[in-house]
Design a protein around this ligand. Structure first.
Ligand SMILES: *[C@@H]1O[C@H](CO)[C@@H](O)[C@H](O)[C@H]1NC(C)=O
Length: 510
C-alpha cells in the first residue's frame, strides 16, 4: 500500500508542471476566467503561480500573487449606467482601452509582488498563460522565464488576437471587438472596414509606447539573468497556443489556425451549486416561469434614474412570471412577483427548469451560460464586445437586442412579451444548447491537454500557422506585382526607344 502510494506520487510529480497564470484585469468576470484555468490545472496535478487582483481560495499547489493595487486604474465611475444614458461616456473607444490596459499591466508588473518574482533568478516555469486584452505586454514573461507563451482571449475570435497567431480577419464578414452593429449591408461593411483601419492605425501609433513599457519592465529582469531581452515583436508573435473563451454557438464560424483552441464554457460548473433556500423556494413555486434580470458584475444598475426603476417595477408587476432582479439595492413598494437581490448565483438560477428568460448586459460569460442551459435572452449591451455578442445571438435566433435609453422600460416590456409568447426563441436556445453539448471532450479537458502538449513538445512549433512566418509582401504577391510592373515599364520604354528607329529604317527603305 505504502509502496503503491509512493509510486503514485512519483508518477504524478514526474508529470507535474509549473505554470505561471496571469489574469491581471481587475474585474470579476476576468477573475472567473483566470480561476477556471487555475482550478483545472491544479486538478490535473500541476503547480500554479497565479497573478491576480482578485485572490481565490487557497489550495495545495497554488501560489497567489496579489496585484489588486492595479484596480485603481479602473474606477467604478466608468461603469455608471446613468452616464451611458446621458451619453457622457463612450466606452467603445479603442484608444481609451489600450491606454487603460497598458497602465493596468504597467502597475501589475511594477508591483512589489511581481517584481520579487521577476527578480528571483531561481524561479522557473514550464509555460506562462497570459490573458490578452488590448496589449501584448504580458508576452515578455515568456522571454524572462524562457518558456512557451500561451494566450488566453476572453472574447470570440477577433482580428487583434488572430493576427498574433495567424492573420488579420476579413472585415467583410467579421466585426471588430468594439463594433456596435454588424451586418453585410454595403454601409455596414464599409463602416467595419473603416473601424478596422482606425484601430490598426492606432495600434501602430501606440506601438512605441508599448515597446517602451516592455523594455522598462522586462529589461532589468533579463539583465539580471544575463539574457538579452528579445525585441518586443519577436515575443509578441511567438505564442505557442491561443485559447479563446468562445464557441460556434455564440460567434460566426470562421477558419482558425491549428494553435487556436476554443474552450468557451470551461468556467461553468458541471454540477452547479444548490440554490440558497429562499431562491430555491421562489423558483420552485413560480409555475409560470422566472425571468432573471442581471447586468453583470461591473455595471451599477442601481444608478439608473429612480423613475426608470419604478416604471420597470410597474411593468414587471403586470407579468404572470416571477422576476429575480439583481439590482444592488432595496426599493420600497416592490410588487409581490419581483425579488431584488444584490448578488445572485447566476449559473444555478439559469440551470433551474423554471427559468424562462434572461435579461442581460450580454457579456460573453452570461451568453455562454445562457446557451449552456438553453435560456433565451434579451440583451442590453453597454460596452466592449457586448454589442457584437448580442448581434450574434440575435442572428442565431435566441435573443432580442435593446439599446439602453430612457425608453428602455417600454421596449423591455414589449420584448419580454414577444419572447414569452413566441416559442421560437426558446426553441433556438435549446437547439444551440444541444449543439454546444454535443462534443468529443469537455473544454476543461482540452484546456489541460493543450497546455501539457505545448510543454511536452517544447513550444508546439508544429501547430504554428505558416501565415505568420510569411512576409506581407510575399503573402499578397507584392514582389510579383513589382516585377510585373517593372517589366511592363522596361518593355514600354524599350518600345518607345525602338519605334522611331524602326520608322526611320522604314523611311530609308522607302
Ligand atoms: C519562441 O518560442 C519558442 C518555443 O517556446 C522558444 O524556444 C523561443 O526561445 C521563443 N523566442 C523568443 C524570442 O522568445
Amino acid at each position: 500500500m505504502l509502496l503503491h502510494t509512493i509510486l503514485l506520487c512519483s508518477v504524478l510529480s514526474a508529470n507535474a508542471y509549473k505554470l505561471l497564470v496571469v489574469f491581471p484585469i481587475p474585474s470579476k468576470s476576468h477573475g472567473i476566467l483566470g480561476e477556471g484555468f487555475v482550478t483545472h490545472l491544479l486538478k490535473a496535478g500541476h503547480e500554479v503561480t497565479y497573478v491576480t487582483p482578485i485572490l481565490i481560495k487557497e489550495s495545495p499547489g497554488l501560489q497567489q500573487i496579489d496585484v489588486s493595487e492595479n484596480a485603481r486604474v479602473l474606477s467604478p465611475e466608468i461603469f455608471d449606467v446613468s452616464k451611458v444614458l446621458t451619453k457622457e461616456l463612450n466606452l467603445q473607444d479603442y484608444e481609451l482601452w489600450s491606454v487603460v490596459m497598458t497602465e493596468i499591466l504597467n502597475i501589475t508588473f511594477n508591483s512589489d509582488n511581481v517584481q520579487r518574482l521577476l527578480n528571483d533568478k531561481d524561479e522557473k516555469f514550464d509555460a506562462v498563460i497570459v490573458e490578452w486584452l488590448f496589449t501584448e505586454l504580458g508576452a515578455g514573461l515568456s522571454a524572462i522565464f524562457n518558456c512557451p507563451l500561451i494566450w488566453s482571449s476572453s472574447m470570440s475570435p477577433h482580428t487583434y488576437v488572430t493576427s498574433l497567431v495567424n492573420e488579420h480577419l476579413n472585415p467583410a464578414y467579421t466585426p471588430t471587438l468594439l463594433s456596435t452593429k454588424f451586418s453585410f449591408d454595403f454601409w455596414d461593411r464599409a463602416l467595419n472596414l473603416w473601424t478596422y483601419l482606425k484601430i490598426w492605425n492606432h495600434k501602430r501609433q501606440f506601438a512605441d509606447k508599448e515597446t517602451k513599457v516592455y523594455e522598462e519592465v522586462f529589461g532589468p529582469a533579463a539583465a539580471l539573468r544575463g539574457q538579452k531581452l528579445p525585441a518586443f515583436d519577436e515575443v509578441r508573435y511567438n505564442a505557442s497556443l491561443m485559447f479563446g473563451n468562445s464557441h460556434v454557438s455564440v460567434a460566426e464560424t470562421i477558419a482558425l489556425p491549428q494553435n487556436y483552441k476554443d474552450i468557451g464554457g470551461y468556467h461553468i460548473k458541471r454540477n452547479v451549486d444548490p440554490l440558497p433556500q429562499n431562491l430555491q423556494q421562489i423558483m420552485d413555486n413560480s409555475r409560470d416561469g422566472v425571468i432573471y434580470f442581471s447586468l453583470g458584475s461591473l455595471l451599477q444598475p442601481q444608478k439608473m434614474p429612480i423613475k426608470m426603476k419604478r416604471d420597470l417595477l410597474n411593468y414587471f408587476s403586470a407579468l404572470k412570471q416571477t422576476v429575480i432582479w439583481k439590482l444592488g439595492e432595496n426599493l420600497t413598494d416592490v410588487p409581490k412577483n419581483v425579488h431584488l437581490f444584490s448578488w445572485a448565483p447566476q449559473q444555478s438560477i439559469l440551470a433551474h427548469p423554471n427559468c424562462v428568460l434572461f435579461i442581460t448586459h450580454a457579456g460573453l460569460l452570461s451568453i455562454l451560460e445562457a446557451i449552456y442551459f438553453g435560456v433565451p435572452i434579451i440583451g442590453l449591451p453597454f460596452f466592449a464586445d457586448q454589442f457584437v455578442n448580442i448581434e450574434r445571438a440575435v442572428a442565431k435566433g435566441f435573443a432580442k437586442r435593446l439599446d439602453f435609453s430612457y425608453n428602455s422600460p417600454v421596449e423591455l416590456n414589449e420584448a419580454i412579451k414577444e419572447i414569452l409568447s413566441n416559442t421560437s426563441y426558446r426553441d433556438r436556445a435549446k437547439d444551440w444548447s444541444s449543439i454546444y453539448h454535443d462534443k468529443l471532450v469537455s473544454p476543461e479537458k482540452e484546456l489541460v491537454f493543450w497546455v501539457e502538449h505545448v510543454i511536452k513538445t517544447r513550444g508546439a512549433k508544429h501547430l504554428r500557422s505558416i501565415a505568420l512566418a510569411t512576409e506581407w509582401y510575399k503573402k499578397y504577391y507584392m514582389d510579383l506585382l513589382a516585377c510585373s510592373l517593372l517589366s511592363i515599364i522596361v518593355l514600354s520604354l524599350a518600345l518607345c526607344k525602338l519605334l522611331p528607329v524602326f520608322k526611320n529604317n522604314k523611311k530609308k527603305t522607302d
